[in-house]
Ligand binder design. Structure first.
Ligand code: ATP
Ligand code: MG
Ligand code: FE
Length: 343
């Protein structure tokens, strides 16, 4: 069986063709960095129009590359939430149109489930995770600890009380005068800095449970930058602040992961997903936690950690296997918690 996956929930337009054994036949991702960077963040209306402009071409491209004819597909899987409603409507409607035109089943994929199941993709993630595992979803829009007990079986153990961790990276980067999206730029700057230079807070560190908080940390950076006009901070101070911030985030994430593992003693692996999982300091800190517990850290390749359509197609395959398809009247959901899924 072969499935076409479509992703359009935020600022990545993506399409992929995946075989049921996990073999990727074709994949394409188009980032909308240029479109949004003048505004310093994702503009929902611009994102929706860009998805509309690019998605049909990307879908045709991956189908041609995969060498699969439409009747050869087992179904169409499209991200249907959570996310920005305009983009979700574009992707889900396009997917339903294809399903109607070619007489195929439609799967409305939950974007968080797609991130959660990436770690089980055979072949692509060599040390692939077995259920149950602990998922740390660390992205621009989400920051959660999730017990993944099976397809469609998720328990959220903790979440952020304020900003998502990627959002904290982006806001802090902005304070340091770095271009959007800030995460990768901040990581680069941090390599030239001294992480011990600034004593920044570690919000919720040591607290029972695995909730997160990042706004205090960002505010502390704002205070340190405060007296200087934007960009006039000495270069070494900026680098030291970036390194100190990154170290604080990594320490907090490691501590929260330890507490989350205490809440899921049966966990067979610690899995990270989301754009922040691309950060080397974060990966290193979490690898340390996994090692303490004798667990593997499963970190999918970066292109599968950030938003992509391979993960959407894979979630679609897993649901189709279980006979879980969705009616064409299924409405995209800007908010759609993992616990709402029935496996
Ligand atoms: P969603 O939350 O819906 O999954 P998103 O587009 O915000 O959507 P991703 O595309 O997975 O999520 O990740 C983007 C986020 O990851 C941004 O906040 C970005 O700054 C952050 N990020 C990317 N690379 C790094 C890095 N090397 N270090 C730190 N943060 C990073
Ligand atoms: Mg994105
Ligand atoms: Fe995402």
């Amino acid at each position: 069986a072969v499935v076409l996956g479509l992703e359009s929930s935020c600022d990545e337009t993506a399409a992929a063709v995946l075989r049921a054994d996990g073999r990727i036949l074709a994949e394409a991702v188009l980032s909308q960095l240029q479109e949004h960077s003048p505004y310093g963040g994702v503009v929902p209306e611009i994102a929706a129009r860009a998805h509309l402009e690019h998605l049909p071409r990307l879908a045709a491209q991956v189908m041609a590359e995969a060498g699969v004819a439409w009747p050869g597909l087992a179904g169409i899987a499209a991200t249907s939430g959570p996310g920005l409603i305009g983009g979700l409507i574009v992707g889900a409607s396009f997917g339903k149109g294809l399903a109607i035109a070619h007489g195929l089943p439609f799967v409305a994929v939950n974007h968080l489930e797609a991130h959660a199941l990436t770690a089980t993709l055979p072949g692509v993630v060599p040390e692939g995770a077995r259920f149950p595992y602990l998922l740390l979803l660390l992205s621009g829009g989400h920051c959660q600890c999730v017990a993944v007990e099976g397809v469609g079986r998720y328990r959220r153990l903790g979440t952020t009380l304020d900003d998502a961790v990627g959002e904290a990276f982006d806001k802090t980067a902005k304070l340091l005068g770095l271009p959007w999206p800030g995460g990768p730029a901040l990581e680069r700057l941090a390599t030239e800095g001294d992480a011990a230079r600034f004593k920044l807070p570690r919000p919720l560190y040591g607290r029972v449970g695995c909730d997160f908080s990042f706004s205090g940390l960002k505010t502390a950076v704002a205070h340190a930058v405060g007296k200087h006009p934007a960009g006039a901070l000495p270069a070494q101070d900026r680098a030291d602040l970036a390194a100190s911030f990154q170290a604080a985030v990594a320490a907090v994430l490691a501590d929260r992961a330890r507490h989350a593992l205490d809440m899921l003693p049966a966990a067979t692996a610690l899995v990270v997903a989301g754009g922040v999982a691309a950060n080397a300091a974060v990966r290193q800190a979490l690898a340390g936690v996994a090692a303490e517990r004798g667990l593997a850290l499963v970190a999918p390749p970066v292109r599968l950690c950030t938003d992509n359509a391979v993960m959407v197609a894979w979630a679609g395959i897993e649901r189709l296997r279980r006979g879980l398809t969705d009616p064409l009247g299924h409405a995209p959901r800007p908010r759609w918690p993992l616990e709402a899924l029935a496996g």
